[in-house]
Ligand binder design. Structure first.
Ligand code: NI
Length: 255
């Protein structure tokens, strides 16, 4: 059986301080092979890297989430660059624009986003994109990058048109727990439009637990439920889906 891959989790979060080892043990029992532990600010990016050195299941991404764009230190770019020299760091992110909660002013979000895209281009690393209520602006910034970067639109939810635009840029599309929710009919329809070789799956733990764990702290073991729903929606054999997602993740992050 191909191993399941959680391409986006935040095990560096405070919510896993008490029981990370048990969480990782449950992930192993559920068949989860690799987990990408994603940074949201300078200190939890550093933590993601430290954890990836300690636990072989964990790999890291380092970046500044748009929520925290206003709180970066003046040397954040150098800090991320130096963390990214670690061989366990696979990507830069998560980064992007969030006009839904708008916790940082838009112009700062965009500035910090652009700096990280430049950094990723210098380091030749893929990018992990967070975009909420800001797809048009996010796509515009990505289009301005030359040469185009490889990356993933994480926890995707958007219109078919926005999906097409990310695919056009060569991006992978990552689907999270909400695909299991009864009201996510549109997301399940959209899922069918994603080419098989561009699909990734993730938990975004501790957020967005799939059914039947909705409302609880999410963790990588629960990704099994997301795989099951996606296999059902796509009418794929679970093993074929696991092999496909593994191949995609390896191509984007480990190649
Ligand atoms: Ni995230």
């Amino acid at each position: 059986m191909a191993r399941l891959i959680d391409t986006h989790a935040h095990l560096n979060s405070r919510q896993f301080r008490e029981d990370l080892e048990q969480v990782l043990a449950r992930a192993r029992s559920a068949g989860v092979g690799m987990i990408i532990n994603v940074g949201s600010d300078e200190s939890d990016s550093e933590r993601a890297v430290m954890q990836s050195e300690e636990y072989p299941q964990l790999w890291a991404a380092v970046g500044i989430h748009p929520h925290f764009a206003a709180t970066v230190s003046p040397s954040f770019r150098n800090k991320l660059a130096s963390l990214a020299t670690n061989r366990r760091v696979l990507a830069i992110g998560e980064m992007g624009l969030d006009f839904y909660r708008e916790l940082s002013p838009r112009h700062l979000q965009e500035e910090v986003f652009r700096e990280q895209l430049e950094l990723a281009a210098e380091l030749k690393k893929p990018v992990i994109i967070h975009s909420r209520e800001a797809h048009a602006e996010t796509l515009q910034v990505l289009r301005e990058m030359r040469p185009p970067q490889s990356g993933v639109a994480h926890c995707f939810s958007g219109s078919p048109k926005e999906l097409a635009a990310f695919l056009e840029l060569g991006f992978y599309i990552s689907i999270a727990g909400p695909v299991t929710y009864p009201r996510s009919q549109e997301l399940r329809l959209l899922l069918k439009e994603i080419p098989a070789d561009r699909l990734l799956l993730e938990t975004d733990a501790p957020y967005l637990a799939p059914l039947p764990y909705r409302g609880k702290r999410n963790e990588p073991a629960f990704i099994k439920k997301t795989y099951e729903q996606v296999a059902l929606t796509l009418e794929m054999e679970p093993e074929a889906l696991a092999r496909q997602v593994q191949a995609n993740a390896v191509r984007l992050f480990w190649a």
